[in-house]
Write a protein that binds this ligand. Sequence first.
Ligand SMILES: Cc1cc2nc3c(=O)[nH]c(=O)nc-3n(C[C@H](O)[C@H](O)[C@H](O)COP(=O)(O)O)c2cc1C
Length: 396
Amino acid sequence: MTLPITLTDDVFWIGVNDRETHLFESLMPIPEGVSYNAYLINDEKVALIDTVKIDYNDALIENIKSIIGERTVDYLIINHIEPDHSGSIGAILNAFPDMIIVGNSKTANFLKGFYSKTENVLIIKENDVLELGQHRLKFFMTPMLHWPETMMTYEETKHILFSGDAFGGFGALNGGVFDDEVDFSFYEDEMLRYYANIVGKYSNMVQKALSKLQALDVKAIAATHGVVWRKNPQYVIDLYDRWSSYQAEDGVVIVYGSMYGNTKKTADVIARAFANKGMKKIRVYDAARTHISYLISEIWRYKAVVIGSSTYNGSLFPPIEQLISKMENSALQNKILGVFGSYSWSGESVKMLKQSGESGKLTLAEPIVQWMFAPDEEVNIQADMLATNIVNLLKE
Ligand SMILES: Cc1cc2nc3c(=O)[nH]c(=O)nc-3n(C[C@H](O)[C@H](O)[C@H](O)COP(=O)(O)O)c2cc1C
């Protein structure tokens, strides 16, 4: 992108777009790409806030130099040391050898472990302040969003919150960088997918961080991925509050794993039963065809989830097994769960789905719909009852 991209007078977005990587964290497809956002404050002292993935070192250094010319970078603030934000540390140090790295004590440990870096490290703690000249940076510890060392840096003069991965999302920045420059509906689904898969497990820590931030006058939020919020930062704070307190939309996600269509047939019967009862937001997914990161995102979005699996080698159908494991790992709460599935001799799959529902914090809806071979009229009646009961539970 053509620089400079100015957040406020001498505060700049100097990030890069990644449209090359297929799988984020070698796990999640990113068809719309992702941005690695770094920021520069060009004050009496120059502060760089976070870096980018190692593949984009040259672009980052070019971006920095386009703003500071022959000056040097005095400080690198590390809000989050995951390699997609710290990968350029070595290259930046080569370019600016006197630079001081600023982080908390946990960051220092990671710095040593990943980059063998122990010198010129300034360890800060909660509420410490770093003076740059016109700008003052204050540090807030927000651990486990989503790593132990995560923290946020609050710029007190212009009230900008540099938030690390919190409030970030997938989606490269296609020209527009700020919330007032983009159609956010394009990014919102991808932001939820990022939240549900990466941050959501730590929702209790998100709530703690949000209550800490309440005391701050935040006029802009600058995260390490995605849109920068300068017009309406409250919008994204509200989204995070909703998602981290498990508030969901009225609606149901039906996910099935089916080899020869017997379980799938009942998924469609259940979907139709919901429609007959007036539900409009019904999403049906084949777990074998839809990447799990999208399924988790949809499950986070809606209040009810219905999961079907045929029995496969004495267990769940593998993509459903993976989904259940990820749901348990995400510590999902405040949802209604229905389960169903076909088998031909031992029938473990639905028993396992039921067990998972009983052991977690989800409300397991009756009846448990399980049958041998192809579904018959009795299965259809049970499927209809399941939809009725879920609709009633949603009204409570
Ligand atoms: C590779 C394979 C393994 C299976 N393993 C089991 C099993 O361990 N226990 C069982 O009850 N049924 C087993 N079945 C049977 C299926 O669960 C059953 O045919 C079911 O109706 C398939 O539903 P679907 O068409 O939705 O996949 C297996 C089927 C296949 C193809």
